[in-house]
Design a protein around this ligand. Structure first.
Ligand code: FES
Ligand code: FES
Length: 157
């Protein structure tokens, strides 16, 4: 990190540069400074999963992560999950199977499920339920969400 708190990292596949004072959290960097508001602020306490992004491919709660740790790393937000102009298989399945209600939790679920399916391309229902256990849906649409992740796994097989 440079002396002026500026860090270089990769954001959704492109080089990025941002000021990251010691106290700034990744969620604030993404939403407030970089205006990537797809990543949601739910609890701000690490309990809801709404703020999940990928850091070097791993699901990460951005509300509990200091922004400066992204230096030299790759960050993927919901805005970077799909090929430009399209929907990823997980996003497509969420749309097709009605796995969103208010949609507030949806970015976190999709980011979590995307990373999970990369590691578990043929998951059981129990494995899916375990994978999303850190993501809360206040609309309680869990069955449709699980079915959508199953459908995305089938689509990618
Ligand atoms: S806002 Fe980060 S876990 Fe809820
Ligand atoms: S769809 Fe409303 S919180 Fe999940």
């Amino acid at each position: 990190m440079a002396e002026d708190d500026t860090v270089r990292f990769t954001l959704n596949g492109a080089p990025a540069l941002a000021r990251c004072p010691d106290e700034r959290i990744l969620l604030d960097l993404l939403r407030e400074e970089l205006r990537l508001t797809g990543t949601k602020r739910g609890c701000d306490l690490g309990t809801c999963g709404c703020c999940t992004v990928l850091v070097d491919g791993r699901p990460t709660l951005s509300c509990l992560t200091l922004a400066k740790i992204v230096a030299g790393r790759s960050v993927t937000t919901i805005e970077g999950i799909a090929p430009s102009g399209g929907l990823s298989p997980v996003q497509r399945a969420f749309v097709d199977l009605g796995a969103t209600q208010c949609g507030f939790c949806t970015p976190g679920f999709i980011v979590t499920a995307t990373a999970f399916l990369r590691e578990h391309p043929r998951p059981s229902r129990e494995e899916i339920e375990q994978a999303i256990s850190g993501n809360l849906c206040r609309c309680t649409g869990y069955l449709a969400i699980v079915r959508a992740i199953e459908a995305a796994a089938r689509a990618e097989a």
